[in-house]
Ligand binder design. Structure first.
Ligand code: NAD
Length: 433
C-alpha cells in the first residue's frame, strides 16, 4: 500500500519503518527539519533496538521516504496515519493542537475516500471531530476515519510492532476497516474491531489499568516493609492466580514516561467533564507521586544531612532500552536530593543528552558507572538497565566510601547482597544493613 505517516516520534517512526519493512511504500512527514534530514541520511533521532538497521535497509530499498513537505508526502496516498504527540494541557486534559494542525496541513492534499488512521492517543470523541474537521478543511470531500491506538512499549518498540498482543481497529466504515486490517495482516497479530469511541476508550483503559497495577504493587511493597514481609514472594504468590497474572507486578520508584502520567490525567479530566470522576485513578496518581519520596527518605535516613554528600544516580531514562526522559522518576528524585544539599553524579547509557536539557545544571554527568561512583557516599538505582544489573558488586564496594546502594528497581537478589558487604535498601524487601 501507499502510506503516509504524520509525525516521526517513537510511534510514527517505528510504525513507518516497520510498515515499510512489511513491503509498503511509506512516506513519513514531520515539521522538524533536523529530524527529517537525519532520517533521510539513515540516522534515527531516538534510541530503539533494531530501529537503525531497519531504517537503513528500507531507505536502501527505496520504499521509505522522509519529508517536511506535506504536498509531497500526502499526494496520492491511500492511507494516512496520524502519530503526532498529544501531550498534557495545564488542566490535565489532552493537548490536541498538534493533531489538528496536522489535520489542517494534510487536508488540501487528500483525495476522496482517503483513509485517515489515528495512532495518537486521543480522548473519546476526538476521531469524530477529526473527520468533521478534515472534511470541512477539504471543502466537503469525504474521508474515512479509523481509530487504531498504539500499544508499543518504548525500549522494545520495534519488537512490539511486529509481535504486539492485539491491534485495535475502530471505525464505522467497514471497507476502510478492512483495508487497515489488510495493512496489518502480515504482522499476524490478533485484531479486535470496534466502533470509534470504544477503540479510543480501550487505549486509555489499558494504560489506566497498567498504571493501577504498578501503584497497587508499590503500595503493597510499602506495607511489606512495615510488616517485615518480602514483596517479591508476595508478587509471585498473587501472580500465580491466573485472574491476576504475573506481569507488571514489580515494585519500584514509580512509573513515568510520556504515556502513563499524561493518559491518566487525560482520562480523569474527561471523566470529570462528564460528571463521572475516576476515584481509583486519583489514588493511583497519589501513590505514584509518593513513591519517589520513599527512596529519598531512605537516603536521608541512612546518610543524615546530605549537604556536601555526593550521590551516584544510576539510570536516568524512565525505563531501560530508551533515551526518553519524559516524566522520568529520576527527575523529581534528583531535584529532591539536590534541594537537600546533595551533589549528584549521574550515569545513563542512553539518556544523558536528553537529561541535560531537563535536569538542574549542577548535575555531573558520568560516562561510566565507575566514574559516577567514584568517591560517592551512596548509589541510587533508578533505571534497571542490564549494564547496571551486570555491574560487579565488588566494584560498588571499591568505589563507594561507605558502600550503600538504594535500589529503586530491586535489581539484585537479597541472597547476593547479604554476602556482598554492601548495605542495601530496596523496595518492599528487608533492608541489609
Ligand atoms: P513524540 O513526541 O515522540 O513525536 C511526535 C512527533 O510529531 C515529533 O517528531 C513532532 O515533531 C511531530 N509533529 C508535531 N506536530 C506535527 C505536525 N503538525 N505535523 C507533522 N509532525 C508533527 O510522540 P510519541 O511518543 O511518538 O507519541 C505519539 C502519540 O502516540 C501520542 O499520542 C502518544 O500518547 C501515543 N503513544 C505513544 C507511545 C510511546 O510509547 N511513546 C505508545 C503508545 C501511544
Amino acid at each position: 500500500m501507499n502510506i503516509a505517516v504524520i509525525g516521526t516520534g517513537y510511534v510514527g517512526l517505528v510504525t513507518g519503518v516497520c510498515l515499510s519493512h512489511a513491503g509498503n511504500s511509506v512516506t513519513c512527514v514531520d515539521i522538524d527539519k533536523d529530524k527529517i534530514t537525519g532520517l533521510q541520511n539513515g540516522r534515527p533521532p531516538i534510541y530503539e533496538e533494531g530501529l537503525g538497521e531497519l531504517l537503513q535497509t528500507n531507505l536502501q530499498r527505496k520504499r521509505l521516504h522522509f519529508t517536511t513537505d506535506y504536498q509531497k508526502g500526502i499526494t496520492g496516498k491511500d492511507v494516512i496515519l496520524l502519530a503526532v504527540g498529544t501531550p498534557q494541557n495545564d488542566d490535565g486534559s489532552a493537548d490536541l493542537s498538534a493533531l489538528f494542525s496536522a489535520c489542517r496541513a494534510i487536508a488540501p492534499h487528500l483525495h476522496e475516500h482517503t483513509i485517515i488512521v489515528t495512532k495518537s492517543t486521543v480522548p473519546i470523541g476526538t476521531n469524530e471531530q477529526i473527520k468533521h474537521y478534515i472534511e470541512q478543511a477539504a471543502c466537503g470531500m469525504s474521508v474515512s476515519i479509523i481509530a487504531a491506538p498504539e500499544f508499543l512499549r518504548q525500549g522494545s518498540a520495534v519488537h512490539d510492532t511486529f509481535h504486539g498482543d492485539r491491534i485495535v481497529i475502530g471505525g464505522e466504515d467497514s471497507e476502510a476497516m478492512q483495508t487497515v486490517e489488510e495493512l496489518y495482516r502480515p504482522f499476524n497479530i490478533p485484531i479486535i474491531k470496534t466502533d470509534l469511541r470504544s477503540a479510543e476508550m480501550i487505549k486509555y483503559a489499558s494504560n489506566a489499568f497498567l498504571a493501577a497495577k504498578i501503584s497497587f504493587i508499590n503500595e503493597i511493597a510499602n506495607l511489606c516493609e512495615h510488616a517485615d514481609a518480602n514483596v517479591e514472594d508476595v508478587a509471585q504468590g498473587i501472580g500465580m492466580d491466573r485472574r491476576i497474572g504475573n506481569h507488571f507486578l514489580s515494585p519500584g520508584a514509580g512509573y513515568g514516561g510520556s504515556c502513563f502520567p499524561k493518559d491518566l490525567s487525560a482520562i480523569m479530566s474527561y471523566g470529570r467533564k462528564l460528571g463521572c470522576p475516576l476515584s481509583i485513578l486519583e489514588s493511583v496518581q497519589n501513590v505514584n507521586e509518593r513513591q519517589t519520596n520513599i527512596l529519598v527518605e531512605k537516603v536521608q535516613k541512612r546518610l543524615g544531612n546530605l549537604t556536601g554528600k555526593t550521590i551516584a544516580i544510576l539510570g536516568l531514562a524512565f525505563k531501560p532500552g530508551t533515551d526518553d526522559m519524559r516524566n522520568a522518576p529520576s527527575i523529581p528524585l534528583i531535584k529532591k536530593l539536590m534541594m537537600s544539599g546533595a551533589d549528584v553524579n549521574a550515569f545513563d547509557p542512553a539518556a544523558t543528552e536528553h537529561a541535560k536539557n531537563i535536569l538542574p545544571r549542577e548535575v555531573n554527568y558520568a560516562n561510566t558507572i565507575d566514574e559516577a561512583l567514584a568517591n560517592a557516599d551512596g548509589a541510587v538505582i533508578i533505571t534497571d538497565w542490564q549494564e547496571i544489573k551486570d555491574y560487579p558488586l565488588e566494584s560498588f564496594k571499591n568505589h563507594l566510601a561507605d558502600p550503600v546502594i538504594f535500589d529503586g528497581r530491586n535489581c539484585f537478589s537479597l541472597d547476593r547482597m547479604s554476602e556482598s558487604g554492601i548495605a542495601y535498601y530496596s523496595i518492599g524487601r528487608p533492608t541489609i544493613h
